[in-house]
Design a binder for this molecule. Sequence first.
Ligand code: KG4
Ligand code: ZN
Length: 380
Amino acid sequence: MLGTIADFAPNYEAGVGENLTILGIESSCDDTAAAVVRACAGRGDVLSSVVIGQEALHADFGGVVPEIAARAHAERLDGAVEQALVQAGLRLADMDAIAVTAGPGLIGGVVSGVMMAKGLSAGSGKPLVGVNHLAGHALTPRMTDGIAYPYLMLLVSGGHCQFLAVLGPGEFRRLGGTIDDAPGEAFDKTAKLLGLGYPGGPLVEQEAQDGDAARFNFPRPLLDRPNCDMSFSGLKTALRRARDHIIAEKGGLSVGDRADLCASFQHAVAQTLAKKTARAIAAFRDVAHSDAPVLAVAGGVAANQCVGAALRDVAMAEGFEFLAPPLKYCTDNAAMIAWAGLEQFQAGHVDDFTLAARPRWPLDRTAAPMLGSGKKGAKA
Ligand code: KG4
Ligand code: ZN
């Protein structure tokens, strides 16, 4: 008689030991990624990190098209894994476990990654560890800088925006976040409205360089509320109105108009994030104590100089160290998934073949679910 799929799972024990080596797989949005990370003196030694982007596939649409993304992941995952192993100079047999993003994200892509990992696990007998993509981002500063728990994290990307108190490898408190669009999404929509291309963040930042950030007074929603929730969807409406007003008056946008619109928009985002970060720091102090408090950031928007400077200023004013890991580990990658898997594996967590791909997967199960939808689907 055939058993359930769980019966085929190899029998293994959770990992202990100093130099665990983990293969990580990531495919939850528009990057197909694989990496090998080894634990080394309290942090992660990234032996390889392969990221195959899909920007060209989605550029014409101004955002990620889920079906196109899923197909591309299915086609590229095996090559990404092979490259990661070759670059690390290791074989699958040298891994202690296989970690994979099991959500949240675009479900077609997540399914591709989870199936790939299950296949590798079944074929090699290596333990399988399902990782929350957001935990990957949230634990990145431990991989890169070996910082201690607890710390405050601002995740700010194209699909996510939330403040987290990171208390342990599986212990997170969500202190607040966006109630609608993520800031990266707002940057991308702004770029689209101004005909700048995709992904919009870096292009808007570049345009903003010569712009006057004081020319347009764009809204800073929810600043009047004492919590650290944010809203960014009204910003693009305000920007569209300002754009249409100029076009109606002058027949088109000049280079200067576009620069001023970008600079004013970017300033509004940076100020909103900075003000809410001050509140998140106060909320963090209520749930955790650290003698050497750290504010860490992750996500593509953390690459923005104006946003980064505003966050650094707030952190310093509040006596927090500001930590922005190298950009290649701030944006989507598989090294962060390998590391989060490594921490989970060390803590005794192993999955069997019933591991499910999840479109939604809140890190903090005690926090109320957030409404809204972005390019990654419903907010986690
Ligand atoms: O973390 P990420 O690579 O992917 C996820 O969304 O998870 O972030 C990508 C987002 C995009 O929306 C992109 O426009 C934004 O980060 N971004 C930026 C900058 N670089 C990337 N936004 C503002 N300024 C930038 N320099
Ligand atoms: Zn991400």
